[in-house]
Ligand binder design. Structure first.
Ligand SMILES: [Mg+2]
Length: 252
């Protein structure tokens, strides 16, 4: 039986990364692309609640939604796809999603939403500065997806895999590493200035980035030329602290 695969992203339906992903996934199964009609990077897990959503089909069959990546997954699974997808792939994002990035990423959030809906899911991001060079990655990405999606009846439940491709030509990659999330700290990433009318404005972004994390961290793997695969689950509970907090004897 052919595997039904949903492909989505947060860079919008025109993005090169999405085209490469859908093309790579075709080797595994039947691909349906449902993607936002515009750039939705850093929208995280936003839901559109206050206006209706519409979808349209382009000449190549892509379904375009005027909503967020999370909206796309919900519509795809519950309305737009005739049969429920067996896998969801999100990406290939134009830019890395390492460490704390996963908290803001629409790419990762789309994969999370699929997991919430009970669909195994993989988010893929490319750390290269030249996004058009993602195209050269298609054969290698396809090989990786075959390994991740097929012959894995034990694909982890309630977990998504967050994959980051290093900024290298694919034939120079050293291999694959299973990693943990690193931590990223920004400095000077908020600009404060005045507009031509003299009114103050703020602009988030830029600045220097500092990383820290365990030796098996995702950013180290990518920095050393490996593909990083991080298993992420959605349970944010800090179980180690439950007993300690019970000791606080909170009462009202
Ligand atoms: Mg993006």
């Amino acid at each position: 039986m052919t595997m039904r695969i949903l492909c989505t992203n947060d860079d919008g339906f025109m993005a090169t990364g999405l085209r490469v992903l859908a093309s790579a996934a075709l080797r595994i199964g039947q691909v349906t692309v449902v993607a936002p009609d515009r750039e939705q990077s850093a929208t995280s897990h936003s839901l559109t609640l206050h206006h209706p959503l519409r979808s349209r089909r382009t000449s190549d069959g892509t379904l375009v939604v005027d909503g967020t990546p999370t909206d796309c997954v919900i519509l795809a699974v519950n309305a737009l796809m005739e049969d429920r997808p067996q896998f969801c792939l999100s990406g290939v994002n134009h830019g890395q999603n390492l460490g704390d990035d996963v908290l803001y990423s629409g790419t990762v959030a789309a994969a999370m939403e699929a997991v919430v809906l009970g669909i195994p899911s993989v988010a893929i991001s490319y750390a290269g500065p030249d996004f058009e060079s993602i195209e050269g990655w298609e054969p290698k990405l396809s090989d990786l997806l075959v390994q991740l999606l097929t012959g894995r009846p034990d694909f982890p439940a309630s977990t998504l895999l967050n994959v980051n491709l290093p900024p290298l030509p694919p034939d120079e990659v050293h291999g694959v590493r299973i990693t943990s999330l690193g931590e990223r700290r920004y400095s000077d990433s908020l600009t404060r200035a005045k507009d031509p009318s003299g009114r103050e404005y703020f602009w988030i972004g830029g600045g220097a980035t500092h990383w820290k994390g365990r030796p098996d961290s995702d950013f180290r793997a990518v920095d050393e030329g490996y593909i990083s695969v991080t298993p992420l689950h959605l349970d944010l509970t800090n179980y180690d602290l439950i007993e300690e907090l019970q000791g606080w004897k909170l009462e009202l």
